[in-house]
Design a protein around this ligand. Sequence first.
Ligand SMILES: Cc1ncc(COP(=O)(O)O)c(C=O)c1O
Length: 392
Amino acid sequence: MGLKEIEDRFSVGVYQKRDLVIVRGEGARVWDDAGREYVDCVAGIGVANVGHCHPVVVAAIQAQAARLITCNELFYNDARGRCLEQLDRITPEGINRFFLCNSGTEAVEGAIKFARMATGRKRVVAAMRGYHGKTLGSLSATWERKYKEPFAPLVPDFSHVPYNHTAEFTAAIDDHTAAVILEPVQGEGGVRPATAEFLQAVRKACDDRGALLIIDEIQTGFGRTGRMFACEHFGVLPDIITMAKGIAGGVPMGAIGIDHRVGEIEKQSHTSTFGGNPLACAAAVAAIDALVDQELPRRAAETGAYFMECLRKMQSPRIREIRGLGLMIGVELKDKAGPVAQALMQAGVLVLLAGTTVLRFLPPLVITREQVDHVVAILATVLAAGPRAVAE
Ligand SMILES: Cc1ncc(COP(=O)(O)O)c(C=O)c1O
C-alpha cells in the first residue's frame, strides 16, 4: 500500500484530506514526497510560527530527548520551571500562574472549569462564529451547529451572541455569568478581528457583573497578529488566557494562564498525565526565545501589512473583502474558496479555508517578502483563471 492508502485505510477518516504527502519543512517552506517545494501558509494550522524545524527548537528537543522525555507534575522539573518563567515573561500583565496541557481544546476545557470554580457560577457567554475546539466542553463554546448537533446534549448553560455587537453582547452578561469566552480575531469563523470598542465594553461588563473574561489566544497568540498576544492591540487584559498552537515550535502543547481574580485552584481539580512534560516544555522555551530574539511579532506586523497591501493592489473582481491582523489574513471571495485552495496547491502554495468562501493565510512569521510576492502572484494567476478553471 502507498502512504496515502495506508492513512485512508487505517485512520477513522474524520479529516478532509488534501492529496499531498508532506515529508519535510524548513522556515516557511515544506516539501512533498516527490521533492516538490511549497510555500506554506498553513503552518500546521497556525502552529509553526517560528518556522518549520527552527534550529534552536530542534536542538532543544534533541538535547531534552536525550536527557528526560517524561516527568509528570507529581515531581518538579527543570525544563518545566524554565517554561513557566518564560510564559510569565511574555503573557499579558496580571497573568502569572499557568496550567500546562497538550492542545488547544484541553486549554479551553480547563479555562471553563477554572472560571466556574472561581465564580461559583455556571453560565458561559460565547460568540456566534466563535471556535474553541471540539471536545465536549469547548465544543459547547464553539458556534458551528454542524460540529455540535450530532453530539448533543452538550454542556448546559452556554449561550452565543453576535460578535462585535456590543449592546447585545454586553446585555447577555449578567450576575449568573461565570465567564465570557472570546477570540480577539475569530479564526475558523472567517478571520474577523474584534473592534477595540467591543472588547473594551465586554471587559467592562465582566468587571461590573463579576464575570471572568477568557481570551482565547490559541490561534492569535505567540506573535501571529503582530503583537505577542492579540489582546495587546485592544488594550484589554484577560482574567484567563488560553494558548496552544505556536507555543512550542510545533510540539503539541497547550497552556492556561490565570490572573489573581481566579483565586486558588483546588488540588486535583484538573490534571493531565502529559501536561508540563519536559520535552514540550524545552521546545516551548526555545520557541519563545526565538520569537523574542528574532522579534517575530514585529516582523509579523510588518510582513502582514505588506501582504495585505499586495492583496489589496491585486484588485481581483472575485475578492469580496480582505481582513486580518498581522500574519492572520483572510481573503473572502465572492464564490467558493475550496477550488481556489486546490489550484493554489497545484501551483505550489498551501492555504487554509475558513468557511466556504474565505481563504485563510497563517504562514510562519519568518515568511519573507519574496515568498509573500510569490504567494500573491500565484493567487492573482489562479483568480484570473476564473472559477471554472479548476475542478471542484
Ligand atoms: C481559537 C481556537 N481555540 C481553540 C482551538 C482548538 O485547538 P486544538 O485544535 O489544538 O484542540 C483552536 C483550533 O483551531 C482555535 O483556533
